[in-house]
Design a protein around this ligand. Structure first.
Ligand SMILES: Cc1cc2nc3c(=O)[nH]c(=O)nc-3n(C[C@H](O)[C@H](O)[C@H](O)COP(=O)(O)OP(=O)(O)OC[C@H]3O[C@@H](n4cnc5c(N)ncnc54)[C@H](O)[C@@H]3O)c2cc1C
Length: 351
């Protein structure tokens, strides 16, 4: 007789991965399907930073999300015997004295002083253009998302718990509280397919918007940056004189294909930030799963009791995915309530 697993998980970006980790922590059996059709987690710069650097405000629930996310990723480092977290400072370039003043005003807001330093840094790097200096953020950094996905996926493959294929919705059946897909059977199914949600007949009506983002990878031997620089673009040091330059926001194009227009935009902003030679090594793109009301999409299908969605990680998947996947797990297994802000029910109610 075919094995009855606890879960089928469709999608193995950062959201699917974090959900699988909660399943493993709770000794649940599962099988994952992914076809690499969406690239958001794969191309992400991986920054974690609770502060919105345009307005000097905190992102939604970001402090508690970070408090949960960092130990969560550290435990994955121990489990997979590889390092994924890279603590880095962020230097926010000031464009004027007014911006310096706004920085100091923002420091008085609750919880901001744990990230924002009160000292204005003068620019000492001859290859950086920053005559008004920088504000410095601490307690922030980067998750090597690609390395984490690769390592976790390898582990699942070794356990025969990962299937590389496009999920075929025509083969999916629900009967007597059991989900059947091809030869597989499970008690529950969770879709964590990022922008791929658009082709899921069960959840495609949800208002996932999708925002394309592009990055270029450069090599700049003279730059010698050890912090993330943020101005019109961010410049993220990866080691070996390589940096990501990002990112763009495009609400119309829904392909994963890098565009000349975005590359030009990024390089023209980069030229305003640095002096000196650099070489473009790569150019990548993905669709961020953003939602009309800027909140995630988590919860149960309106009619099918064992079909769930974990989506809408938006622009901050690294910080939000560990908490949201835990909330979904506890909702399914322990009957905990979901925050109304994230529950997909908010859209069903409007229908
Ligand atoms: C350029 C760029 C830079 C970014 N930088 C950052 C950053 O610095 N920090 C940060 O926190 N966030 C960043 N983000 C946002 C972050 O990437 C997202 O919030 C996050 O990756 C979303 O994860 P996800 O798992 O929901 O979706 P995805 O990563 O899109 O994963 C969905 C998975 O589902 C699979 N899938 C889809 N449909 C099917 C199907 N039918 N069958 C099988 N598999 C399927 C896909 O192949 C994919 O692996 C960035 C995004 C972009 C595009």
């Amino acid at each position: 007789m075919e094995l009855l697993r606890d879960y089928i998980v469709v999608g193995f970006g950062i959201a699917g991965l974090c959900f699988c980790e909660h399943l493993e922590r709770n000794s649940k059996s599962f099988i994952v399907f992914d076809d690499d059709s969406q690239q958001s987690s794969w191309v992400a710069g991986g920054m974690y930073n609770p502060v919105i650097l345009k307005r000097f405000t905190l992102a939604w629930n970001a402090v508690s999300q970070q408090e949960f996310a960092l130990p969560f990723y550290r435990s994955l480092e121990a489990k997979l015997n590889e390092s994924f977290l890279v603590p880095l400072k962020v230097y926010r370039k000031f464009a004027s004295i007014e911006e310096q003043n706004l920085w100091f005003e923002a420091m008085d807001k609750p919880q901001m002083d744990q990230f924002m330093s009160s000292k204005i840094l003068q620019n000492e790097n001859p290859h950086v253009k920053a005559s008004y200096g920088f504000g410095q953020l601490e307690g922030v950094g980067r998750l090597k998302v690609r390395n984490l996905i690769t390592a976790y996926r390898k582990r699942l493959e070794a356990m025969n718990s990962f299937v590389f294929e496009q999920f075929d919705f025509d083969q999916l059946q629900f009967q007597d509280n059991v989900v059947s897909y091809k030869g597989y059977k499970a008690k529950q199914i969770v879709f964590a397919t990022g922008y791929g949600l658009k082709s899921n007949p069960l959840f495609k009506e949800l208002p996932l918007q999708g925002t394309k983002g592009e990055l270029v990878l450069i090599e700049a031997a003279d730059l010698k940056l050890e912090a993330i620089l943020k101005a019109g673009v961010f410049l993220l040091p990866l080691g070996d004189d390589r940096y990501y330059v990002g990112a763009t926001y495009n609400w119309n194009d829904k392909t994963n294909k890098p565009s000349e227009k975005a590359k030009k935009e990024l390089l023209s902003k980069l030229d305003k930030l640095i002096d000196g030679p650099y070489k473009v090594i790569d150019h990548i793109a993905g669709i961020r799963p953003t939602v009309i009301d800027r909140r995630p999409l988590v919860g149960r299908h309106l009619e099918i009791q064992n079909a769930y969605v974990l989506n809408g990680m938006g622009t901050r998947g690294v910080l939000v995915a560990p908490t949201l996947s835990k909330q979904l797990y506890e909702y399914i297994e322990e009957g905990s309530a979901l925050d109304l802000e994230i529950d997909v029910q908010r859209f069903y109610n409007k229908a």
